[in-house]
Design a protein around this ligand. Structure first.
Ligand code: NAD
Length: 333
């Protein structure tokens, strides 16, 4: 099958090409484009039966209609979340949307732990000080994680791994999910309604999908219910957080620590080297001024193991779709 791969980087080319090999019984014609998929670039998929997209490709109804006129039948996402695709429109138009439901929940959960430790022990500031020949400890005072209460919103694949990691460290884990995980309950995780979760948590980590019900889950009203000095971590999706409300809470010291791997306007910033450009996003610029904020550019998934799994599952989805084995395609819905 001829596949147009949008938003592709050198690492996508390397891993997808490796997965698309005779050893895996897959020999699709892969066309790599650095451009993101949008209504202007959709034409690049001319004569392709599938397009392969990532987290910040906007696959709305207009794009889907354009793809359909070009003969595209499959959108193969090389990621887990599918909030960037209008699934209802895709169904109406007759385009199948596949995703990678699970690749390495450990990659994201371990990165989340990295953000917690970095903030908790001020590692980002310590690193800079040492490089400046400054070995003073003022301002670097941290706190033990043991016995602290960690709230996890969304205990699916990633949230479950994080819960186990935090239990291993000696934290109390409380959680909220529309479908509580029996295994985690047996390990001592307490599921609570959100209203009871916020006031108890020392650390809050978001791992639910971005859907209409979870958009701006963290807003001014919810923040007011949190402990003073709470640590908030978001490696889920940017839209889970109202960034302006979080900035207000950081200024008031209501939020004591903020760790982000995702940002609601990240599509204009992340995955590109913008070092020669002026930063135009004033909200993001304000976030960068806080010493107690650590941001990574949507890299929580970015491990060798995860890239291999993402590429293999993406190619397998395309192969199964080509063979009409729809029951084996991981459909996004
Ligand atoms: P998953 O589907 O296994 O788990 C999501 C969990 O959220 C499920 O248990 C589901 O029941 C729960 N949920 C759904 N609606 C909810 C709601 N309203 N309130 C509370 N919980 C709700 O997904 P996953 O693989 O664990 O991934 C979680 C999210 O992490 C993805 O949706 C994606 O947005 C994000 N993600 C980020 C990165 C990254 O690199 N930063 C990588 C992969 C995934």
């Amino acid at each position: 099958m001829k596949v147009a791969i949008f938003s592709s980087k050198a690492y996508d080319r390397e891993y997808l090409t490796r997965a698309n090999s005779p050893q895996t019984f897959a020999q699709h014609e892969l066309l790599f484009f650095e451009a993101p998929l949008n209504v202007n670039t959709a034409l690049l998929a001319q004569n392709c039966t599938a397009v392969c997209c990532f987290v910040n490709d906007h696959v709305d109804e207009a794009v889907l209609r354009k793809l359909a006129t070009l003969g595209v039948k499959l959108v193969a996402l090389r990621c887990a979340g599918f909030n960037q695709v209008d699934i209802t429109a895709a169904k109406k138009i007759g385009i199948t949307v596949a995703r990678v439901a699970e690749y390495s929940p450990h990659a994201v959960a371990e990165h989340t732990l990295g953000l917690v430790l970095m903030l908790n022990r001020n590692l980002h500031r310590a690193h800079n000080r040492i490089r400046e020949n400054d070995y003073s400890l003022n301002g670097l005072l941290g706190f033990d994680l043991v016995n602290k209460t960690v709230a996890i919103v969304g205990t699916g694949k990633i949230g479950q791994v994080l819960a186990q990691i935090m239990i291993g460290i000696g934290c109390k884990v409380i959680a909220h999910d529309i479908e509580p995980n029996i295994e985690l309950i047996s390990k001592g995780v307490r599921y609570l309604p959100l209203a009871e979760l916020w006031p108890q948590a020392d650390i809050i980590s978001l791992h639910c999908p971005l859907i209409p019900e979870t958009y701006h889950l963290i807003n001014a009203n919810i923040i007011s219910q949190m402990k003073n000095g709470v640590m908030l971590i978001n490696t889920g999706r940017g839209g889970l957080i109202d960034t302006s409300a979080v900035i207000t809470a950081l200024k008031a010291k209501k939020i004591g620590y903020l760790g982000l791997d995702v940002y609601e306007e990240e599509s204009d910033l992340f995955f590109e080297d913008n070092s020669n450009k002026l930063l135009q996003d004033d909200i993001f610029a304000r976030l960068l001024t806080f010493p107690n904020v650590v941001i990574t550019g949507h890299q929580a998934f970015f491990t060798r193991e995860a890239l291999s799994a993402i590429s293999e599952i993406t190619i397998a989805n395309i192969t199964h779709f080509e063979r009409g084995e729809l029951d084996q395609v991981c459909i996004a819905n």
